[in-house]
Design a protein around this ligand. Structure first.
Ligand code: PBG
Length: 327
């Protein structure tokens, strides 16, 4: 058979496949989310996220040592306060749980990049991501609180802040408050394109942040929309975002692609709790090869155009990259 083009030629051996591989993963591109709760001497498993733990500020270093050993260099901290109130005051408190955690570990881990999730839902008694006005979240009053929260994280040592609340104008509000306090060098990773998603279910169990009434559809995006994602991202670019994030990841790879092709900023994707929990459950049931599925899914996110992946599998992925299991 006369065939000039035989794509199989370049697939014949592992070395050839490695040579022509289009997507290469690096441990540097991974961010590991960690839950920190108030208290002391706590290392507790999270039932909805098999294999993930909650740490108190004094035990967090145990996890950070593992993260470092795995070769992951960025973590994202989520805080669980002891007390919640209507305005989420634990979020910006000087001795808030994330602030305590940062002060406890920062000096011992100068090589790690500490990113903090900036949102109110873990801190409000009603579980919404902002201050309420009746049954609705009041956008502009919430901005002031978010800006205060981000600033207090940075004052406690955060290297980067990641607002996940989806209020309009939060990137600008945070940028202004950081700049006014002399932190113009601290970047903002914006959850620019965050859909109202059922994939966050296990996280809300983990963080105790499910809304006590209603849902988040009044501020998080409608998953039927693509053009709106570009509008959201463009708005954040104009407000001074440094990194744009799309969330969730796997069901939104079309959006990852568009955002990464449209804007000149780094694009991150967040493989959220529901994605993790589904893979864990299927692996536990003996239905899939966990490592193979996680590697394939992670490559898909980067192939779609992401530069950065936030994942609960960060440590395992780093190991699999190291072992050459993943290109
Ligand atoms: C806080 C926040 C959430 C997630 C990240 N930041 C929950 C939510 O918006 O309900 C979800 C992360 C995950 O599911 O892994 N707003």
């Amino acid at each position: 058979m006369e065939l000039r083009n035989r794509p199989r030629r370049l697939r014949r051996t592992p070395a050839l496949r490695g040579l022509v591989r289009e997507t290469r993963l690096s441990k540097d591109a991974l961010i590991y989310p960690i839950f920190v709760r108030e208290g002391s001497k706590i290392v507790e498993p999270i039932p909805s996220l098999d294999g993930q733990m909650r740490y108190s500020p004094d035990t967090l270093y145990l996890e950070l040592e593992k993260v470092r050993a795995a070769g992951v260099s960025a973590v994202m901290l989520f805080g669980l306060p002891a007390h919640k109130d209507a305005c989420g005051s634990g979020a910006w408190a000087e001795d808030g749980v994330v602030q305590q955690a940062l002060r406890a570990v920062k000096k011992d881990f100068p090589d790690l990049c500490f990113i903090t999730d900036v949102c109110l839902c873990e801190y409000t008694s009603h579980g919404h991501c902002g201050l309420l006005d009746g049954q609705e979240v009041d956008n502009d009053r919430t901005l002031k609180i978010l800006a205060k929260t981000a600033l207090s994280h940075v004052q406690a040592g955060a290297d980067m802040v990641a607002p996940s609340d989806m209020m309009d104008g939060r990137v600008l509000a945070i940028r202004r408050s950081l700049d006014a306090d002399g932190y113009s060098n601290i970047p903002i990773l914006s959850y620019a394109v965050k859909y109202a998603s059922a994939f966050y279910g296990p996280f809300r169990e983990a963080a105790g942040s499910a809304p006590s009434f209603g849902d988040r559809k009044g501020y998080q995006m409608d998953y039927h929309n693509r053009r709106e994602a570009l509008h959201e991202a463009r708005e954040d670019v104009q407000q001074g975002a440094d990194i744009l994030m799309v969330k969730p990841a796997l069901a939104y790879l079309d959006i990852v692609r568009e955002v990464s092709q449209t804007f000149e900023l780094p694009t991150a994707a967040y493989s959220v709790s529901g994605e993790y929990a589904m893979v864990k459950a299927a692996a536990k049931a003996g239905l899939i090869d966990e490592a193979a599925i996680v590697c394939e899914s992670a490559v898909a996110v980067f192939r779609a155009g992401a530069d950065i992946l936030v994942t609960y599998y960060a440590k395992e992925l780093a190991r699999w990259i190291e072992e050459g299991r993943i290109g």
